[in-house]
Design a protein around this ligand. Structure first.
Ligand SMILES: Cc1cc2nc3c(=O)[nH]c(=O)nc-3n(C[C@H](O)[C@H](O)[C@H](O)COP(=O)(O)OP(=O)(O)OC[C@H]3O[C@@H](n4cnc5c(N)ncnc54)[C@H](O)[C@@H]3O)c2cc1C
Length: 403
């Protein structure tokens, strides 16, 4: 009986396991996860789960598959090394698992603030345990300092405001969501949070975080000190690619895979946030921090490993973010946009920005409360259809991006 080993316990690993179960009734699967829980939904952690005490964590759909005897979930264990010559994965309890096919779905870990700046507790948000610890501290009236004005930081800010906390966001760059490189989106989200009472400090660097009176922390910044009952940092993630690098697989800010989720070793595949994969529509490769990419690429990796000759994944990354009662969505790669056209006024409640690349191709689309438009664009891209004229025709009015 062929043995598939999956390293990782998140969405990509889960989807890989389900695909193999479906495609290969004759196969045995071992899934090694460093976490203690059954695979759960991460996006929920910074939204509904954080905003309301009554909210439970959400297991991923299809979690009943772990009751199947053919799928063994080894949780609370880390894979520490891969011996490619012997086809074995070594775990942190001195056990080793032999594999016929291996899928790496190790995801990312949070980037930490420099250790020499931090002398008081700082929270991060990646896992259910992290979210539980943060939620316990988001009590009404608490002073919450969030370091980093990216998607996670802003979602935490929205949840904390919904719980009646006083919230300050400290962002070293001159705009929120700076990584998206879209001034329209940055300004819009800035206005949204200020309207909900968030104190936003742009162009401000954290210098140190020290204990203050009681359980509080004093966050020393380039614009002066801020006192906090809780400090939460959302300053990005790092791909967990060391296992792959150490056994000689090709890595480049992520495990390098092709559209068949194949690594540089024909028996080893990779999927999810840890991969750098080709985006066919744009002719570049990227690492994507997106739920949909992890889900779809995870399924594809499982099918490929199980022998499906047609399975592949090379989609434009697509992600969404819910803040207060607004929904943002972004498809594509914003850094490839040289100009933008708009449907709706960027400052208004609903608008859509279309980012055009150097060859006049659609590089990205950003939607504020215009989910239907984004769904239509996504559908066209997925099917390789022409972009509907209502979007394509706006190119004539595109103006160069202001970065
Ligand atoms: C709080 C939060 C909110 C988010 N919100 C959104 C959103 O609104 N929209 C969106 O599109 N995306 C969102 N995302 C991103 C999305 O959830 C992720 O991109 C996706 O879940 C990644 O899945 P993954 O399986 O690739 O990696 P991960 O979820 O990181 O899973 C990797 C797993 O592998 C385990 N692991 C790592 N190394 C080892 C090892 N050596 N041995 C054993 N196990 C190991 C880890 O412990 C982890 O369980 C959010 C992410 C977070 C954290």
């Amino acid at each position: 009986m062929e043995h598939f080993v999956i390293v990782g316990g998140g969405l990509a690993a889960h989807q890989s396991a389900r695909s193999i179960l479906d495609a290969r009734p004759d196969a045995r699967i071992s899934m090694v996860s460093a976490e203690q829980h059954l695979p759960y939904d991460r996006p929920h952690l910074s939204k509904g789960y954080l905003a309301a005490d009554a909210c439970e964590p959400q297991l991923l759909s299809g979690a009943t598959c772990y009751a199947q005897p053919r799928l063994k979930l080894i949780h609370g264990r880390r894979a520490e090394a891969i011996d490619r010559a012997a086809g074995r994965v070594h775990l942190d309890n001195d056990e080793a698992l032999g594999y016929d096919r291996l899928i790496l779905a190790t995801g990312s870990r949070v980037r930490h603030l420099p250790a020499d700046q931090v002398h008081a507790p700082v929270h991060y948000l990646r896992t259910l345990d992290d979210a539980r610890a943060v939620r316990d501290k988001l009590v009404e009236g608490a002073a919450v300092v969030i370091v980093g004005g990216g998607f996670i930081g802003l979602e935490v800010a929205a949840a904390a405001r919904q719980r009646g906390c006083r919230v300050t966001v400290i962002e070293p760059r001159q705009q929120l969501l700076a990584r998206t490189g879209s001034p329209a989106l940055s300004q819009w989200v800035d206005a949204l949070h200020r309207a909900h009472g968030v104190n936003i400090q742009l162009d401000t660097r954290v210098l140190s975080i020290d204990p203050a009176d009681g359980a509080r922390a004093r966050v020393e910044t380039s614009a002066g000190p801020v006192l906090a009952d809780i400090v939460i940092a959302g300053i990005g993630v790092l791909p967990n690619m060391e296992l792959a690098a150490a056994c000689g697989l090709s890595v480049d800010d992520g495990i390098v895979v092709d559209e068949r989720c194949a690594t540089s070793d024909p028996s080893i595949f990779a999927a999810g946030e840890v991969t750098r994969y080709p985006v066919a529509h744009l002719g570049v490769s990227t690492r994507s921090e997106s739920w949909t990419a992890a889900s779809e690429q995870g399924s594809a990796a499982g099918r490929v490993a199980a022998g499906d000759a047609a399975a592949c994944y090379s989609e434009m990354p697509w992600l969404w973010s819910d803040q207060y009662d607004s929904s943002l969505q972004c498809i594509g790669l914003t850094h490839l946009a040289c100009s933008y056209s708009f449907i709706g006024e960027p400052g208004a409640q609903q608008w859509l920005a279309l980012g055009w690349g150097a060859q006049d191709q659609l590089a990205c689309a950003i939607a504020a409360n215009r989910g239907r438009d984004l769904a239509a664009i996504r559908r066209a891209l997925k099917r390789n259809d022409a972009l509907p004229d209502v979007y394509w025709s706006t190119r004539a009015s595109a103006t160069p991006t202001l970065l």
